[in-house]
Write a protein that binds this ligand. Sequence first.
Ligand SMILES: [Zn+2]
Length: 312
Amino acid sequence: MPLRAFQNTYAGNPLDRAGERRSDQAWIDARLADPGSQALAMWNGQPLSTTIDGGAALQFVSAPLALELAGGGEQLLFLGLRPHDDVAVFAIDLEGAADPSAGLLQALGGAFEGLRALAPRLDPQEAAIAAQAKAVFEWRRRHRFCSACGQPSEVADAGWKRVCPACAVEHFPRTDPVVIMLATQEHDGSERCLLGRQAVWPPGMFSTLAGFMEPGESIEEACARELFEEAGLEALAVRYHSSQPWPYPSNLMIGLIAEVAAGEGRPDQTELEAVRWFSKRDALALLRGEIEGLFAPPPFAIAHQLIKAWAG
Ligand SMILES: [Zn+2]
């Protein structure tokens, strides 16, 4: 039964992750040998896709072909079982300088493309599947060595674990929480929200504030700290809206709406070069691209959804 919750892009993965199967190597081997099983090919973090009707669709390859390309389990990941027909779905992490779509995978057609550019054209469920694979592969590529003793680690549980043969420590894929919040304030009898911009962003782009959670913080404490550090604003109340898996490389964006005390705020000039207040009407106009010279993140970003939820 589908979960009743607001789903941002990259959430809503339809696969049954079937976690209990990951350690059953005989079952994994049998599914990999089955030509009916599928695999999503990724090259340096980019999924293989094809163009359809102005949009895009993930281009899956047969699992036996993926196994052949992988030459073993190191680059393979079991994603889960497709609903309704229980087809096993894997992913393969292709690496290197040569584009495989011009080589071994040429017969399939399709092209590798960065997920950030591709996601808005994909069906949301396919975007979520690609995000799942990308997040685990980004972790794999950054954690090949044991963080306890420095020795090379080995893949286990169909890609979901790495084990150190020297010290036996087990390592699991990371998820790094980030708080992302829309600051709102009562002002002259109505509500307004604060957006900021980083110097590295394209000119004219304004968005919600955000920052990594630190060890030993609650979500609401991280939100209050970031608002004060980046904009000099004091949080009074913090409300959860929704969250978004963000596989660049391994973040979970925790979307919040934070009521702040009176005050204009100021950019810290480190993270933010400018902050600006928007009424609900102006915020909606910003989302629609109707304010000349200014724009907000696109709908697939949780920042857009937070602004829309508050202003709409
Ligand atoms: Zn070790």
